[in-house]
Design a protein around this ligand. Structure first.
Ligand code: ADP
Ligand code: MG
Length: 284
């Protein structure tokens, strides 16, 4: 591939594999993600979604294959990739306020001791406003609801002003208002030319992204939502967790909870419709 073509890519993976001891978390993953798109990484629990984000931010070591982020080999240069970890993995021992948590996002650039510039302060102000957390600034993180805490973590990601934004399960299990705020921010960042890569196990949210990566240790499919979210691909990735209702709607029983009863959760195909209430998948 020519270097010039390469510079148009946000992410390039070739035959990447990752192991944790005996467990193979990613196998021969090959992907080319252009800049300025939103991407949903979807797959069942344990399919390698968080691992893939970790590869892109340099958090996870790859065993084989080639990775480039923004045209350069790993690890990404400081400030180019912001990685917002899954909320459940963020359990601060030291109590921190919301304001301190958001400001932490600027330290990679500033160092702990330097005073923020006017531009940095403006970025913080803007992120706080976009995530609607202005009235929470003095609160301690553990006091917040899940939705509030997730908005704070995303604000911390935004102030990093990175070209590539990685969000691990940013709306899973959140209240509708927080989901709406976060999904709007994702689209707005994409509209600003950022590459936003999110993980999800919800087919409806994946359908709203520009591109979808379906993973189950292997990359099962990669392309537009229409190309990727087909019954064939989904049943390969999700196996028995995928069900088709008599009206053609595809639903997953909750893949995040193994051993859950067969009652379908509200995760289903929502082809191109930006309407959270309708999950009908038109089979035509
Ligand atoms: P997902 O985000 O899709 O749920 P992960 O990327 O977290 O999946 O995990 C993929 C596989 O790797 C799973 O089998 C998981 O148990 C395993 N795994 C993930 N992180 C570690 C780790 N730090 N040590 C050992 N195994 C891990
Ligand atoms: Mg995960």
């Amino acid at each position: 591939m020519r270097d010039q073509d390469r510079s148009d890519l946000a992410v390039e993976l070739e035959d990447v594999c990752v192991r944790y001891g005996e467990i193979e978390a990613l196998h021969d993953a090959t992907l080319r993600i252009p800049r300025g798109v939103s991407v949903a990484v979807i797959g069942p629990n344990g399919s390698g979604k968080s691992t893939l984000l970790g590869v892109l931010s340099g958090l996870v070591t790859v065993e084989c294959g080639m990775v480039r982020v923004l045209g350069e080999p790993l690890p990404p240069r400081r400030g180019r990739v912001a990685h917002v970890l899954q909320d459940t993995s963020v359990r601060p021992e030291v109590p921190m306020t919301v304001a301190e948590t958001v400001r932490l996002g600027t330290y990679a650039e500033l160092g702990l001791l330097r005073r923020p510039t006017a531009r940095t302060r403006e970025r913080i102000r803007e992120a706080v406003e976009r995530l609607a957390i202005g009235d929470l600034l003095d609160r301690q993180l553990p006091e917040l609801s899940g939705g509030q805490r997730q908005r704070v973590l995303i604000a911390q990601g935004l102030v990093q002003d990175a070209d590539v934004l990685l969000l691990d399960e940013p709306v899973a299990g959140l209240d509708v208002t927080s989901q709406r705020i976060i999904l709007d921010v994702i689209e707005a960042e994409r509209d600003r030319g950022r590459t936003v890569i999110t993980t999800t196990h919800d087919i409806g949210s994946a359908a709203r992204a520009d591109l979808v990566v379906l993973v189950a240790t292997d990359v099962i499919a990669f392309g537009t939502p229409d190309e990727v979210l087909t019954p064939e691909h989904l049943s390969r990735a999700f196996g028995g967790h995928l069900h088709m209702l008599p009206d053609g709607t595809l639903v997953l029983d909750d893949p995040a909870h193994h051993g859950a009863p067969a009652a379908p959760a509200a995760a289903s195909l929502d082809h191109g419709h930006h309407d959270h209430e309708h999950h009908a998948y038109d089979h035509a």
